[in-house]
Design a protein around this ligand. Structure first.
Ligand code: CTP
Length: 402
C-alpha cells in the first residue's frame, strides 16, 4: 500500500553522540510501521547505547566491525547497501559527515555509505560550535551538492551545556522525513487544503460546545499529501497534535474562524479535503461573564453556523476536487449519498460512528467511500495513515483528479 513501510528495507547508521539513544525510538517506529531495518553502528556509538538493544528491536545482527568472522560479513557493505530503499544516519557526528564528504571508507558505516545508490538521509547532531565550524559547514554543503538529504538539527539546550543548533530532532520527526523520502511524488505541483479537528463554540468564558474529534484523520491526510509532493495548507480546530512538517498550518477555534481561513485559501487550491467535525450550531448569545447556576432547568438557544463544505460546493471551480467526510450513527448510505449530492462533492468518506475501530480519538478507521458516479467502496479497518494514502490514491484516479 502507498505510504506503508511494509516491504521496505532500511539501513540505520548510528554514530557516537549522546543523541544515539533517540535512534532506539526511531528504530521502534520504523519497525512498527513494517520496515525491515539493518543497523550499522560505529565503535564509538557502542559507548553510548549497547548493540544488544538495536539487535533485539531490529531482529537482525548489528554490524560494528569491518572484518567479522561471520560467513556473510565479507561483502556486507555491498550487499546491505544495495538491498535497501534508504540509508539513514541518526545521529550523524561531524566525523561521519567529514568522512562521507571526502570519500573516506574506514569502517562499516562509511564504507556502506559509499556503496549505497539509494537515497541517503543524514541527521547531524553535535555541539553548536562544532556544527558552525567552517569545516563542518563546508562538508554539509558538499554532501548536499552530492545529492544527500540533510535533516537540519533543532536548536535549544544541548547536552554539552551550549544553546543553539545541534540537537537531533525528535525520532517522530526523523521518522516523518523518512516516510517523505520513500513516498511517491505523484502530488508534486498540486495545491491542497485540508481541514481537521473539532470546532469550539464558547457558551461563556469557561464553557464551550464541541465534539471529541482529535484531528488525527485530517493531520494524516495533510502529512501524506505533503510526503507525496503537494503544497498543503491545513486549517485545524483545537487539537493537541503538533503541526506537520512542511505544511502551512492555521489554527482556529470556532466554525466561523474556520470558514474565514478556508475562504482565504479555497480559490487557490486544486483539492479540498474536509475532515473537520464542524459544529453546526453555536450559542446564540454567549455570556461575557461565567453563567451562574439557578434553580431549575435551563434552555439554550443555538444559532446555525455556516456550512463551509456546502458553500465550497457552490463556489467549486472547474477541475477542483472536493472531498467531504460524513460521521453517521445510522442510515450511512442514505445520509452520505445525500451529502455528496447536496454539497456537490466528488467523493465522500462515510464514517460509521460506534463501529469497533472507527471514528473519534482512535488510530484506526472503518469507512465506506461514495463516489459522484454512484460507485461505493467499503474499506476494511485500517490506520488513519494508511487510509490517508488510500484516499490520495483514489483522488488521483478521479476524473478531475491529479
Ligand atoms: N461541514 C462543514 N461545515 C459545517 C458542517 C459540516 O464544512 N457547518 C462538513 C464537514 O467538514 C464534513 C461534511 O460537511 O466534511 C459533513 O459533516 P457532518 O457533520 O457529517 O454532516 P452535516 O453536513 O453537518 O449534516 P448532519 O449534521 O445533518 O449530519
Amino acid at each position: 500500500m502507498t505510504g506503508s513501510l511494509t516491504g521496505k528495507t532500511l539501513v540505520l547508521g548510528v554514530t557516537g553522540g549522546i543523541a544515539a539513544y533517540k535512534s532506539v525510538e526511531l528504530l521502534r517506529l520504523l519497525r512498527t510501521a513494517g520496515a525491515r531495518v539493518r543497523v550499522v553502528m560505529t565503535r564509538s556509538a557502542t559507548r553510548f547505547v549497547g548493540p544488544t538493544t538495536f539487535e533485539a528491536l531490529s531482529g537482525e545482527p548489528v554490524w560494528i566491525e569491518m572484518f567479522e568472522a561471520r560467513s556473510d560479513a565479507a561483502m556486507r557493505h555491498i550487499d546491505w547497501a544495495q538491498r535497501c530503499d534508504a540509508v539513514v544516519v541518526a545521529p550523524a557526528t561531524a566525523n561521519i559527515l567529514g568522512k562521507l564528504a571526502n570519500g573516506i571508507a574506514d569502517d562499516p558505516l562509511s564504507t556502506l555509505l559509499l556503496a549505497a545508490t539509494c537515497p541517503v538521509m543524514l541527521c547531524p547532531a553535535m555541539n553548536t560550535h562544532m556544527f558552525r565550524h567552517p569545516a563542518v559547514v563546508r562538508n554539509l554543503a558538499r554532501l548536499e551538492a552530492d545529492g544527500h538529504r540533510i535533516l537540519a538539527p533543532d536548536s535549544g539546550d544541548l547536552a554539552c551545556g551550549t544553546v543553539g543548533p545541534g540537537r537531533l530532532p525528535d525520532p517522530g520527526v526523523i521518522f516523518d522525513r523518512i516516510r517523505a523520502l520513500l513516498a511517491p511524488k505523484d502530488y508534486r505541483g498540486r495545491r491542497m487544503l485540508v481541514t481537521a479537528g473539532p470546532t469550539r463554540e464558547m457558551l461563556d468564558p469557561v464553557r464551550f460546545l464541541s465534539n471529541p474529534s482529535s484531528g488525527r484523520m485530517g493531520f494524516a491526510v495533510a502529512r501524506a499529501a505533503e510526503h507525496r509532493g503537494a503544497a498543503v495548507t491545513l486549517v485545524s480546530g483545537p487539537s493537541t497534535l503538533t503541526d506537520p512538517v512542511n505544511v502551512a498550518t492555521v489554527r482556529v477555534t470556532t466554525a466561523r474562524e474556520m470558514a474565514e481561513a478556508v475562504w482565504q485559501h479555497a480559490a487557490d487550491v486544486d483539492i479540498v479535503v474536509k475532515t473537520a467535525a464542524v459544529s453546526d450550531y453555536r450559542p446564540g448569545s454567549p455570556a461575557t461573564q461565567k453563567i451562574k447556576k439557578e434553580a431549575g432547568d435551563m434552555a439554550l438557544i443555538l444559532t446555525r453556523n455556516p456550512d463551509i463544505l456546502m458553500e465550497l460546493g457552490r463556489r467549486k471551480q472547474t477541475g477542483q476536487v472536493l472531498v467531504g467526510f460524513a460521521a453517521e450513527t445510522e442510515n450511512l448510505d442514505g445520509y452520505a449519498a445525500g451529502k455528496l449530492k447536496q454539497k456537490n462533492l466528488d467523493l465522500i468518506v462515510a464514517n460509521r460512528i460506534g463501529a469497533v475501530g472507527a471514528g473519534f480519538e482512535v488510530d484506526t478507521n472503518v469507512v465506506s467511500l461514495f463516489y459522484r458516479d454512484g460507485r461505493r467502496e467499503d474499506l476494511e479497518s485500517m490506520s488513519k495513515n494508511d487510509l490517508a494514502h488510500l484516499l490520495l490514491d483514489r483522488i488521483a484516479n478521479l476524473p478531475s483528479g491529479v
